[in-house]
Write a new protein. Structure first.
Length: 623
């Protein structure tokens, strides 16, 4: 007989010992041969891991098999044959990772009231149903209340607060004075009548001679030729009432004042004068007291003998006599033809003012809570306007603060400039001043039509100053005062009674009113209401919402992302099995073992590693 090779016998015993150890380790996971192919692949991958793990431990002696037999080829050790065993997941782990178990664990630890009674284990179904109904009703009521609060916040309501405050010193307002008669009859010339007569006085060319006779002036000489150019602004500056002639006396808080304390301004009524305008950086006057004697007192001569004769019913030839006055803020231009009040000769007019705000305290909210603006507007017209009544665009250069009157003047100026190619003398902007024919044929009709339509839409300023006024008057002068004034100004008593008036403007008191718009519902109030409703109905807070979001993120990661990770892992295992089959012919065969049953491994014996190596990713640990 042939002598056995010792090396070959030792290799055979080593292979048999490996097969016995592997079979004893895989016994708890062996099932019948009727498992689906997916479990065959799982068993194959697990067997490969066990085999590679044993091959990584050289130098250890494996126990010998109790019943030796022929050694199969290595390619048949864990090949996916129909009878090949497959791993089965432990039942305890399956129950621990089921969706029902996850939500039970979350409900038992969540701070939201009622969830533990709905999803908790045990308890009769009737009790769980009552708790489910209560939780759903509470959630529905909460959502209804929260939706109502959010809808109310989205409507952007505001409220107006009126408060009266006191001050030790108040800034005196600007006071604009205009004589109701725009032009003095003694200053008109035949050239003025030729150019301005039809537009300003409603005269026809054939009526010039009769009008000059009514003015007390000689008619135009034969061969009279009017000048080729004419400037309306120069006409009003030359022929308008001069403040030096009208102002008989002026005092502010007992201190003397004069024409140098007034600023010339052009309005639709002609040349006017503003006291305490603050123009060119002049310091604004203030007053520390209220009442008569602590404001502006002026004695004016209306110069009724200089009034133009009423030739026709026109806007430029008024029927009344006196002074038009407007008390306004320095931040807004005068609109005296619409907002001014009258003071008649033969009376002393008392104007008691009440300031409705301190500087920048009368505030209105911008959109969406309100409709206010703080951007100054450009009065210049656009070459290609999109519409005739569009609001003026914001001014690009330095401009005065935004005001409602300034917006209206800018809107009117741009509208007239579009229609006529010029502007009226009192309007701002860079367009040329209209000529008298343009005044008559275009500017006046266009402006009147615009005012009737109320076409200018100007938002309220976000901060402005207003003055409430109370007027009272007494007859003046008395007989004694008339005789004194007649001697002083070299006039007759009848002239004094018909032409002289006195104006007294003062603060009623140094307290002022602030009118402020406030947001009726702030974001903090919305969050407070939502938090109160959550605490009342479901006993939750913001952290409870974070708990729910955290749980949903965990479920998404485990259920959705885990599904794709398992798909990729299965593809890697399939590639490894194909590689094993290609190298199977180089392995030593191990006999098929019929293993007995072993008790199942508890879930706590199963661990996971974070390594991607097949040698170290050892999934089964026996305690």
């Amino acid at each position: 007989p042939l002598k056995a090779d010792p090396l070959q016998l030792r290799l055979s015993r080593t292979a048999s010992s490996r097969a016995a150890l592997l079979a004893s380790s895989a016994a708890p996971y062996l099932v019948s041969a009727s498992e689906p192919p997916a479990q065959h692949r799982a068993q194959q991958s697990h067997s490969q891991v066990l085999e590679e793990a044993e091959l990584d431990r050289p130098g250890q002696y494996l126990p010998t098999l109790s019943s030796p037999g022929p050694t199969p080829a290595p390619s048949t050790w864990f090949s996916p044959t129909p009878w090949a065993p497959a791993m089965k997941r432990p039942s305890g782990l399956e129950e621990a990772q089921s969706p029902a178990s996850d939500i039970r664990v979350f409900a038992s630890s969540c701070s939201m009231h009622g969830l533990v009674h709905v999803f908790g284990p045990g308890g009769p179904m009737a009790r769980r149903g009552l708790w489910t109904t209560a939780v759903l009703l509470a959630l529905a009521t909460l959502l209804y209340q929260v939706a109502g609060r959010v809808r109310y916040y989205g409507e952007f309501h505001h409220e107006t607060a009126l408060e009266e405050r006191e001050s030790r010193r108040l800034t005196f307002p600007a006071v604009t004075l205009c004589n109701i008669n725009p032009l003095r009859r003694s200053r008109l010339t035949p050239n003025d009548l030729h150019w301005a007569g039809p537009a300003l006085l409603g005269l026809e060319p054939t009526e010039h001679a009769a009008y000059l006779r009514a003015l007390g002036q000689p008619p135009a000489p034969p061969g009279f030729m009017p000048s080729p150019t004419f400037d309306v602004a120069r006409l009003y500056a030359r022929a308008g009432h001069a403040l030096e002639d009208m102002l008989l006396a002026c005092r502010y808080r007992g201190w003397l004042c004069g024409p140098e304390n007034f600023t010339t301004v052009f309005t639709r009524m002609g040349q006017c004068y503003t006291f305490n305008s603050g123009a060119e950086g002049a310091e604004l006057l203030t007053t520390p007291k209220g009442g008569m004697g602590n404001g502006l007192e002026v004695l004016l001569d209306v110069q009724q003998d200089e009034y133009l004769p009423v030739w026709r019913d026109t806007e430029e030839t008024p029927f009344e006599v006196g002074i038009r006055v407007q008390v306004h803020s320095q931040e807004e231009p005068p609109l005296i033809d619409q907002l001014g009040f009258g003071a008649a000769p033969g009376y002393q007019t008392f104007v008691s003012c009440q300031k409705q705000q301190a500087s920048s305290l009368l505030s209105f909210l911008p959109p969406p809570w309100g409709d206010c603006s703080s951007v100054s507007l450009d009065p210049d017209f656009e070459p290609e306007p999109s519409g005739p009544l569009d609001p003026p665009r914001p001014s690009l250069g330095p401009s005065p603060p935004y005001s409602l009157i300034g917006c209206r003047l800018a809107c009117e100026s741009r509208y007239v400039a579009r229609k006529c190619g010029c502007r009226m003398m009192h309007m701002p902007g860079g367009a040329p001043v209209c000529s008298p024919p343009q005044y008559k044929d275009c500017a006046h009709p266009a402006l009147d039509a615009m005012l009737q339509k109320d076409a200018c839409t100007c938002p309220n300023p976000c901060a402005s100053t207003r003055y409430a006024k109370e007027l009272s008057m007494v007859r003046m002068p008395s007989r004694a005062a008339a005789r004194y004034l007649a001697r002083k100004h070299n006039r007759s008593e009848a002239y004094i009674a018909e032409n002289v008036l006195m104006l007294d403007i003062f603060f009623e008191a140094l307290n002022y009113e602030t009118v402020e718009q406030k947001k009726a519902y702030e974001m903090s109030e919305l969050l407070g209401d939502i938090g109160g409703q959550m605490g009342l109905f479901i006993g939750a807070s913001l952290l409870t919402v974070l708990e729910i979001l955290d749980y949903l993120c965990e479920v998404f990661r485990d259920r959705v992302l885990g599904y794709f990770w398992n798909q990729k892992r299965s593809q890697r295992h399939s590639s490894a099995n194909l590689l094993q089959e290609g190298l199977g012919s180089q392995r030593t065969p191990v006999p098929h073992l019929s293993l007995g049953s072993r008790p199942p491994t508890p879930p706590c014996a199963v661990t996971k590693t974070l390594s991607s190596s097949q040698r170290t990713c050892y999934l089964v640990t026996q305690l």
